[in-house]
Write a protein that binds this ligand. Structure first.
Ligand SMILES: *Cc1c(COP(=O)(O)O)cnc(C)c1O
Length: 345
């Protein structure tokens, strides 16, 4: 077998939830959108439910149905995209809570299912989803009579604690919601780290659960072992890979490993990336191909069966920095060809 193995440590995800929960003033939920940030929403949700999580957030109703099947009745499942035209039966069949974003959605929801619980998403400045302050003012009394489960908003700059946008959005959110006596939710991972004034009744961490920044003390969650397919010696002056971008400065030993950009290992990572054998960093040489990567293993005494691309020494954020992106994108790009293993105990 030559596909790489992605090991997902559900115990670390549980530990990260526990740690974020300990930091949160109110109740701590869990964001499992995009198939649990690429790691399997059903397994992640079940693991977190075992840890005590009772509030789950997804992006779209279809994801909510998957999480409901995994969890069974009981836990609350909120849908960020709200109540879209074709969502009505999904919402009803799977007891989802749409986070209403607009007056259109509000009317659709009230017409289709006046008795079904819902939340309201307010725009406090990010201008992505949610009712604007003036819209909220116009429909607030109607909404309050319908007894929403929760009022939420989302921070645009919470990964930067110094950013003035954080305080500005907090004020805007409070202006829209103070004194209404309805549970509120503002903080994702970054917002939890900003402190108690951002927490309200329910927090919504996502990336921190999966071991990513800005939760710097997160436990590492993913390990990626990539099989070595072939090893060769190259002489000084020989080149490796497409377009001859790397030339051996001295005689080197090169391993060809079985993974590439089709597996989410972005091609522009090449020059800044190493794979690990135990604690020894072995640099990538030449271009990353669709399914193959060249690695300089001259430093190693023996030829290993596998090299590690992700582990406690090289995190999703290290990869993200090398590719000039964010850990979220690295995680959600992890390939479907990987053999997946889950540590559950
Ligand atoms: C993705 C998302 C979250 C989780 O954010 P993280 O930064 O991953 O913790 C919370 N709330 C909303 C509205 C989101 O879109």
């Amino acid at each position: 077998m030559s596909t790489a193995t992605l090991t997902i440590d559900l115990m670390s995800i549980r530990a990260n939830w526990r740690a974020l929960s300990a930091l949160s003033a109110g109740v701590t939920g869990a964001v499992v959108k995009a198939n649990g940030y690429g790691l399997d929403a059903a397994r992640v949700s079940r693991a977190l439910a075992q840890e005590g999580a009772r509030h789950f957030f997804v992006a779209v109703a279809e994801e909510g149905a998957v999480v409901r099947r995994a969890l069974g009745p009981g836990p609350k499942i909120y849908v960020f995209s709200g109540h879209m035209e074709t969502d009505t039966s999904l919402i009803r069949d799977h007891q989802l809570i749409p986070m209403i974003n607009s007056v259109d959605q509000l009317l659709r929801h009230v017409e289709a299912m006046p008795d079904v619980e819902f939340g309201v998403q307010l725009d406090s400045g990010m201008n992505r989803l949610g009712l604007e302050p003036l819209e909220w003012q116009a429909v607030r009394d109607l909404v309050l009579r319908l007894k929403p489960e929760i009022l939420m908003s989302h921070l645009a700059c919470a990964d930067d604690p110094q950013h003035t946008m954080n305080g500005q959005q907090l004020r805007e959110f409070r202006d829209m919601t103070d004194g209404l006596n309805i549970p509120r939710s503002l903080a994702a991972t970054g917002g939890i780290l900003l402190g108690n004034s951002y927490h309200f009744e329910l927090t919504r961490p996502g990336v921190g659960l999966y071991g990513g920044a800005p939760f710097e003390t997160a436990q590492s969650v993913v390990t990626l072992d990539v099989p070595v397919i072939q090893v060769r010696d190259v002489d000084t002056g020989e080149t490796v890979g497409y377009s001859n971008t790397w030339t051996a400065p001295t005689p080197r030993k090169i391993a060809t490993v079985s993974a590439g950009y089709a597996d989410g290992i972005m091609r522009n990572l090449g020059p800044n990336l190493s794979l690990y054998s135990e604690r020894v960093a072995c640099p990538v040489v030449g271009r990353i191909s669709m399914d193959l990567i060249g690695v300089d293993i001259t430093l190693l005494a023996d030829t290993p069966n596998n090299l590690q691309l992700l582990n406690s020494l090289q995190s999703i954020d290290d990869l993200a920095a090398a590719a000039d992106t964010i850990g979220y994108e690295v995680l959600t790009s992890l390939g479907s060809r990987y053999q997946r293993r889950y540590r559950e105990t």
